[in-house]
Design a protein around this ligand. Sequence first.
Ligand code: PNS
Length: 164
Amino acid sequence: MVTAVYPGSFDPATYGHLDVIRRASVSFDRVVVGVLHNSAKSPLFSVEERVNILEKATKDIPNVIIKPFNGLSVNFAKENEAQVIVRGLRAVTDFEYELQMAQTNRVLAPDVDTVFLTTSLEYAYVSSTIMKEVARFGGDLSNFAPPEIIQALHSKMQEQNEEK
Ligand code: PNS
């Protein structure tokens, strides 16, 4: 039984994330997606909202579960008895940061390996940050995420505009 964790901010999840989750679910017996609570990035969505969005988007994949987490990814891996951390690689620009993270995680937990899945080419340009930027200026989001996530993003932005 090989369990993989897939940690990230998922603020919110994109087609790129969902592609990595789906493919990881084929290679590993169990995939635990970890939604980072204490992100230094001041997320747009609360951790509960991000977990909820991912739960809905992955409800048809039986061996995937979504959990919030705090602290180190390697500790999240150990708590879930995972042998592997999965991360997606979109482009060479991701590589330096991802390599440093994987090497740090290896020093912290030599028994947990990082496995990179190269993002499918059709989603190589997609990121949560770019998606939020396009949303802010009313652009077409249909290539970035499924309709329910786009809807959640629009509602959240409307909520924020009303607060201003
Ligand atoms: O989706 P992101 O923001 O690129 O994910 C980054 C994440 C959550 C995987 C990374 O920031 C992380 O692992 N944070 C938890 C703290 C940690 O384990 N740091 C040590 C590795 S550098």
